[in-house]
Design a protein around this ligand. Structure first.
Ligand SMILES: [Zn+2]
Length: 429
């Protein structure tokens, strides 16, 4: 249905959209807390409840929460905590509308993660880190993740959603396949006598994860491209639990949520960490952030009867089956009120940086889609190009484009530019 010239009636789609935005125009109240018990001191958190950005109608705010679980030192975790958010925000042009900002986030997150990794590894420091980055704007929650920290959401209606991916080689067949086909070797450690022990690791390097930021000493197919998931909550709200593997190795999603039910965010985070340490002892850094997304002026955390809903794995990767003991669906009878807006976990930059025609207008057409370097038309290399040589004719429709340096990074991540790795010594996670 198209509006004709001179037609003064407002299209139905616009009316519906207005109604939706009125209904959800009130912003939720956010209450957050965190707790941590240190073993190695390599977990770091970022808690920014009030970030500002400008749009046509003035200044508006959003919130950012991040968890960085470092390994082989803490330099990568600290660097990422300090630079990642700026790199993401710099990938979105200023003064875009809220709708444009929300729909630009998935691509900007990919660009920001890759730029942060590229800049950090250029300093030749060898540590690495997982990242779980949560951006909350109104009722929209966007989660970008690499590694094996995890973010779950319990809606006020009582359903549990996993908003991050698990990039542990042990549980992620798709990632084992990707790493192997890019030239990595995935195997357990062989001890004297030929017995294989421990979790699946990628060689050279011996990392248990298939994605991270940093990790200069492992193959470049250990990529920083995040899984991104975007959902919109109903205005009844919900609770987010963001925690490092120290928590999830000890507690199921249900146990984590149930042990702190009814507690405000700060004490809830402390209770989850305490429970995890009680179960497994302090074997790893154990860190938890709890964020309550509440209807305005509602002060207590969302209350629901335990076990009312079911656990929903929104992400559809096969690896979720390996967590099947936790995959309990009790047949929730209520309509699914958490709306799925976006999800992509592909490691391919050509897929992740491409945008449909509604979103492509938001971005600067000739800037490098990763590092935002300004280039002249014709200078950049199309993200769809398989050769390092630029093709002669350039139009925005061939884009997005990469600078030479980011194109080299892309080729390396796809296993096309294998370089010798220095280390064959297993690294402790
Ligand atoms: Zn670039």
């Amino acid at each position: 249905m198209e509006a004709k010239a001179g037609d003064i009636t407002v299209p139905l789609a616009v009316l519906l959209k207005r109604e939706m935005s009125n209904e959800k125009s009130e912003k939720p109240d956010l209450l957050h807390g965190q707790a941590s018990q240190k073993k190695k001191g390599e977990d770091f958190t970022l808690l920014r409840a009030e970030c500002e950005r400008t749009q046509e109608t003035g200044t508006t705010s959003f919130s950012v929460f991040g968890l960085f679980d470092g390994h082989n030192g803490s330099a990568a975790a600290i660097y990422t905590k300090e630079h990642l958010v700026n790199n993401v925000l710099n990938a979105i042009p200023p003064n875009v509308s809220r709708d444009e900002w929300i729909s630009a986030l998935p691509r900007a997150l990919v660009a920001g993660f890759v730029k942060t990794d590229k800049d950090f590894t250029a300093q030749a420091r060898s540590s690495g880190t997982t990242v779980t980055l949560v951006i909350i704007d109104g009722w929209v929650v966007t989660v970008a993740s690499v590694g094996d920290s995890r973010c779950i959401l319990e809606s006020a209606e009582g359903s549990v959603y996993v908003l991050s991916a698990d990039h542990r080689l042990e549980v992620n067949e798709e990632e084992v396949e990707r790493v192997t086909s890019s030239g990595g070797e995935v195997a357990r450690i062989n001890i004297a006598g030929g017995a294989a022990i421990g979790p699946l690791r990628c060689w050279p390097g011996g990392l248990c994860l298939s994605r991270s930021i940093g990790d200069l000493d492992v193959g470049e197919y250990i990529v920083p491209v995040p899984h991104v998931k975007q959902v919109k909550l109903s205005n009844a709200g919900g609770r987010l639990v963001i925690a490092s593997d120290g928590v999830w190795d000890a507690l199921s999603h249900e146990k984590a949520l149930n042990c702190c039910r009814g507690l405000p965010a700060e004490s809830a985070a402390a209770r989850i960490v305490k429970e995890a340490v009680k179960v497994k002892g302090l074997r790893d850094d154990t860190t938890c952030i709890v964020v309550d997304i509440l209807p305005p002026e509602k002060v207590s955390p969302p209350v629901k009867k335990p076990g009312k809903g079911g656990i929903k794995y929104i992400f559809r990767r096969k690896s979720s089956e390996t967590l099947s003991e936790e995959h309990i669906d009790r047949g929730c009878s209520e309509p699914d009120v958490v709306e799925e807006m976006f999800e992509d976990g592909s490691a391919m930059l050509s897929q992740r940086l491409s945008t449909d025609h509604t979103t492509s207008n938001i971005f600067e057409p000739y800037n490098c889609a990763v590092c935002q370097l300004e280039m002249k038309p014709g200078e950049g290399i199309s993200v769809h190009s398989t050769a390092i040589k630029p093709i002669s004719i350039r139009s925005p429709w061939d884009g997005p484009f990469l600078c030479v340096s980011c194109q080299e990074k892309k080729e390396a991540m796809e296993g096309k530019n294998s370089r010798n790795c220095r280390s064959r010594v297993p690294q402790e996670i």
